[in-house]
Write a protein that binds this ligand. Structure first.
Ligand SMILES: Cc1cc2nc3c(=O)[nH]c(=O)nc-3n(C[C@H](O)[C@H](O)[C@H](O)COP(=O)(O)OP(=O)(O)OC[C@H]3O[C@@H](n4cnc5c(N)ncnc54)[C@H](O)[C@@H]3O)c2cc1C
Length: 459
């Protein structure tokens, strides 16, 4: 995992910082400092100079102004689920937004608000109580702001589009210390950049979304025995399915969980998580061909409230992870399955998401998420559940080799899934990257917000 560039940040004046902000500040050795610098990816173990737990947008503004003056980089910590570990950086100041986390749902206006580091799970639970939803990803612990800044691909994407397609406006603090409210009319370039540009232009303190009447769905998980033939057939069905059906499929060794019979544990399976948002009978018809691919090892698909998809933990608590992401037109199922079966790392996974539908109906230049026409997204992951013994270099080598074997190396990828070793340029077509660089020059010319999939300010 990277860390080299992070070691060069000039120090900030902590005494002035304490005077400038209302929130608490942790420095190395303080009680709670070690827990506060932890992020989801346990391969990341970085030591910031200070962690600022902002109490409001005014704190964010004060910190950014001081950091800009000092030339110090600020790492923004929301839900902490960046695969590259961007929520913490060596020698930098971490701006921790967790104390500002809040969700407000207005069922009459059908508007949802997420503040600070509010998570997808918190928002989905609150909105779900009114039979409403905004689509995020598949994991409750992920930060709403973090996922939105990259685009937001989840269970409702084929039917309703990306998270960014439902963003009404945002409160953003830019590194000049200004607190701005931006939308399609007010500072449209900044609003464009927030919808996929990955938090390069400012710190988002509040997001307002349109809520959709998504309540009862056909949802859950189907566990199938994995083979290359089955995976290839699944991809054909998933990409041609009615767009009310969104699937997220993972080729993995079966985990030892109660709903999978013990004789399958450790054997390769295809774990298909799905949501059909539409007529229940049509949902059953859409899922039938997937069920028919093989005798399911487990069938947990049932009518449910959409919010139930976000209940319970979203996966392993703090694994060490290496990741590669690619958008693809087709899948080399043979190579994907072979990679999962033979990878030497403790846990090898490949995730396949069928896209299209409402995602593809938005013009590519409407938002900084530009890969609208990709039919598939493939992510290659290697994990170790025991960070203490994790060989991070081996995890990286595994995903590199498996992505290359599947013909995915060097392909464009999703910014929110970029691995530490993938360049930012992989996430954006050249015209999008140039426009992001121009927005960056306008709002963050000193690159204060540099601990992200960084877009350098245009020259
Ligand atoms: C287990 C897991 C499941 C996932 N599932 C999905 C999925 O289904 N769909 C999907 O689209 N993505 C998914 N992701 C990717 C996820 O959306 C990104 O990693 C996202 O950036 C995480 O946001 P965060 O706030 O949790 O993380 P953080 O690490 O806190 O932040 C991630 C990045 O966003 C920046 N950032 C965060 N908050 C702000 C803010 N308020 N203002 C400015 N910059 C900010 C940070 O600086 C950092 O660069 C998943 C990730 C994990 C680990």
């Amino acid at each position: 995992m990277p860390g080299l560039a992070h070691a060069t940040a000039p120090p900030i004046d902590v005494v002035r910082l304490r005077d400038a902000v209302r929130g608490t500040i942790l420095t190395p050795g303080d009680d709670g400092d070690d827990a506060a610098r932890e992020v989801f990816n346990a391969a990341v173990d970085r030591r910031p100079a200070a962690i600022v737990r902002a109490a409001g947008a005014d704190d964010v503004a004060a910190l950014l102004a001081l950091a800009r003056e000092a030339g110090t980089g600020v790492a923004v910590r929301g839900g902490g689920h960046s695969f590259a570990g961007h929520g913490v950086a060596d020698g930098a100041v971490v701006l921790d937004l967790r104390a500002m986390a809040a969700v407000e749902i207005d069922p009459d206006a059908r508007v949802g608000v997420a503040r600070g580091a509010a998570t997808a799970g918190q928002y989905t639970a609150a909105a779900g109580r009114h039979g409403l939803a905004t689509g995020f990803g598949d994991t409750p612990e992920v930060g709403v702001a973090g996922i939105t800044l990259g685009g937001g691909i989840g269970y409702l994407s084929r039917r309703h589009g990306l998270t960014v397609d439902h963003l009404l406006d945002a409160e953003v603090v830019t590194p000049d210390g200004a607190v701005r409210t931006v939308d399609a009319e007010r500072e449209p370039d900044l609003f464009w950049a927030l919808r996929g540009g990955g938090g390069n232009a400012g710190v988002v303190t509040r997001l307002r979304f349109r809520l959709l009447p998504v309540d009862r769905v056909l949802g859950g998980m189907l566990v199938l025995p994995l083979s290359a033939e089955l995976l290839a057939a699944f991809v054909e069905i998933a990409t041609a399915a009615p767009e009310a059906l969104t699937t997220i499929a993972r080729a993995v060794p079966a985990p030892p969980v109660p709903f999978i019979p013990p004789e399958h544990h450790g054997r390769p399976i295809l774990l298909v998580a799905l949501v059909h948002d539409g007529d229940p009978a049509e949902g059953e018809r859409a899922v039938a061909p997937i069920r028919a691919l093989a005798e399911p090892i487990a069938d947990l698909v049932r009518p449910m409230a959409y919010r139930e998809m976000f209940e319970g933990p979203g996966g392993p608590e703090r694994p060490a992870v290496a990741m590669r992401t690619a958008f693809a037109d087709a899948l080399d199922a043979e190579a994907i399955v072979e990679g999962v079966r033979t990878a030497p790392t403790p846990f090898a996974a490949a995730e396949v998401r069928a896209l299209g539908g409402a995602i593809a109906r938005v013009p590519a230049d409407a938002t900084a998420f530009a890969h609208r026409d990709a039919p598939l997204m493939v992510s290659i992951a290697a994990m170790s559940m025991d960070p203490a013994t994790a060989d991070v270099a081996a995890l990286e080598a595994s995903v590199e080799a498996r992505a290359a074997a599947a013909g995915l190396a060097g392909r464009p990828g999703y910014v929110n899934y970029l691995g530490a070793a993938q360049p930012t340029a992989a996430a954006y077509p050249p015209a999008t990257l140039a426009r992001l660089a121009a927005v960056k020059r306008r709002y963050d010319p000193g690159n204060v917000l540099r601990f992200n999939h960084n877009v350098a300010p245009a020259a």
